[in-house]
Design a protein around this ligand. Structure first.
Ligand code: BES
Ligand code: MN
Ligand code: ZN
Length: 501
């Protein structure tokens, strides 16, 4: 993996020598007076020539003259119509990392134009943004193919020193944000990994490595899944020589007697469509059909890494939807763990079958406060929302509102979609209780209705992340095909509402 810059801390009072100095600018390109006459005059002149107005994420790049103690001054705007949200500080960190190459050392003064030191948490987010920007899935690139046009290995900053008001507070805040970023990067790694490397068995083994961080990991194999009567999940897996796994992760950071929060993920390591096979174009993207499960694994890693005071359960159903002589056929009827019978009319609507059993198992065993499931469930959600919002479906307004708000804070945005009896009727079965497709109209909604049949009366939300988990547009803090969408969102949900301290 590409090496990440290291993040260091220093007091704002220290004068940096050499390297790149980054300063933050407010309205009209104003910077803190404490930077001294020489720098103030230089920035003022450069800003007027370059028409730099301090607009959020705009950059004024100055090669420093000899009377200034650094090599280069990077002035970054923070001024916008609205007050910056948490995500804007991540973007700022990512932007700064992208402007500095060749392993140079960077000192960033975390100080606003009015001279006030930036809050420790915001400084920490800048650091995390730089890490997320530096992430590059280059495991399978040999050294020679990593070189850029000039024959150099492209590199981000070597060290970023955050000059802050309170070093200890900023360090503590960064430890938290670093854990969350590690969760996001773990999710990205899992999604980027090709399916020949990451089958259900290998995936489960990777999850077991989380034991290192204090997470309890239990892996159920075929015999256990059969004993539990998870025939909906097993039916999807039966066309692949690679056996399925159900992995249960537990992080017990809260009081013993407190009900857990629960996250459930679709982990289809590759989705060929099965007998209802997909067309060849872009089928390779279906290595990412485990993006929901990757977000669940990532958020568990984040919660454990920051020692969150919460009890959390993560459950992922890992299968390959492949085609062989034993593959499930259209028309087959399976009895899910809940006892509900399902007519499988299209073997490509497989994610909902996997989740049906995982959701039922989750509420049955853990009696959670709520369940949030994530899945790259439907192409229809991409048609509806594009790549900038995930679809949110919920049976509970309070949970839905909390998720929407966590989405705004984290920048992993959601858009609420409807559920209702009219849509539920569309999946009534001809030969069984329900069928696994509802026709062309409202394809994301009928998929969500199927899931709702398996949540009992637990507060529940389904996030359809087909448009946001992978192939979404790059931004300041993500250049990777796999975005790691969901980790920061769910971590925020827990931090805002479900932590005891
Ligand atoms: N994994 C796909 C959904 C998907 C599509 C994810 C594109 C990411 C990008 C899912 O299993 C699927 O195939 N859904 C079908 C459902 C249909 C058969 C009712 C779809 O969306 O076409
Ligand atoms: Mn499918
Ligand atoms: Zn799928």
């Amino acid at each position: 993996m590409a090496s990440l810059p290291s993040i260091a801390f220093a007091p704002l009072g220290d004068a940096p020598a050499g390297g790149v100095l980054v300063v933050l600018a407010g309205e009209d390109g104003r910077i803190a007076e404490s930077l001294g006459e020489a720098v103030l005059a230089l920035v003022k002149k450069a800003a007027s020539i370059a028409k730099f107005k301090g607009r959020s994420l705009s950059v004024l790049d100055i090669v420093a003259p000899s009377e200034v103690a650094v090599d280069r001054l990077l002035v970054v705007g923070t001024h916008g119509k609205e007050a910056p949200r948490e995500e804007d500080w991540l973007k700022l960190g990512g932007l700064i990392a992208s402007k500095v190459k060749g392993g140079a050392s960077v000192t960033l003064r975390c100080q606003l134009a009015d001279g006030a030191a930036l809050e420790p948490r915001l400084a920490a987010l800048i650091g995390a943004g730089a890490l997320l920007r530096a992430y590059d899935f280059d495991r399978y690139k040999t050294q020679s193919s990593k070189k850029d046009e000039e024959g150099e290995t492209p590199k981000l900053p070597g060290t970023i020193t955050l000059a802050v008001g309170d070093v200890e507070a900023a360090r503590a805040a960064f430890a938290v944000e670093e854990a969350v970023a590690a969760g996001t990067m773990l999710a990205r790694d899992l999604v980027n990994e090709p399916a020949n490397v990451l089958g259900p068995v290998e995936y489960a083994e990777r999850i077991q490595e989380l034991a290192r961080h204090g997470i309890d990991v239990e892996v159920l194999g075929e015999p256990e899944l059969k004993a539990l009567k998870m025939n909906a999940l097993l039916g999807v897996a039966q066309g692949s020589p690679r056996p399925p796994r159900l992995v249960i992760m537990r992080w017990n950071g809260g009081p013993d007697d407190e009900a857990p929060v629960a996250f459930v993920g679709k982990g289809v390591v590759f989705d060929t469509g099965g007998i209802s096979i997909k067309p060849a174009g872009s089928m390779e993207d279906m290595k990412g059909d485990m993006g929901g499960s990757a977000a669940v694994v990532g958020v568990m890693r984040a919660l454990a890494g920051r020692n969150a005071k919460v009890n959390a359960v993560g459950i992922v159903g890992l299968v390959e939807n492949a085609v062989d002589g034993k593959a499930q056929r259209p028309g087959d009827i399976v009895t899910a763990m809940s006892g509900t019978t399902i007519e499988v009319l299209n073997t490509d609507a497989e994610g909902r079958l996997v989740l049906a059993d995982a959701l039922w198992y989750c509420q049955d065993r853990f009696k959670p406060k709520f369940m949030v499931n994530l899945a790259t469930l439907t192409g229809a959600i991409i048609v509806a929302l594009g790549h900038h919002h995930a679809g949110l479906f919920s049976n509970n307004d309070e949970l839905a509102e909390r998720l929407l708000s966590a989405g705004k804070t984290s920048g992993e945005k959601l858009w609420r979609m409807p559920l209702g009896p009219e849509y539920d009727k569309m999946i009534e079965g001809k030969f069984a209780d329900i069928k696994n497709i509802g026709g062309r109209a409202g394809g994301s909604i009928t998929a969500a209705q199927l899931l709702q049949r398996f949540v009992n009366d637990v507060p529940w939300a389904h996030l359809d992340i087909a448009g946001t988990a992978m192939g979404s547009p790059a931004n300041e803090y993500n250049q990777s095909w796999a975005s790691g969408y969901g980790v920061r969102l769910l971590n925020q949900l827990v931090a805002d509402h479900y932590q005891s301290a």
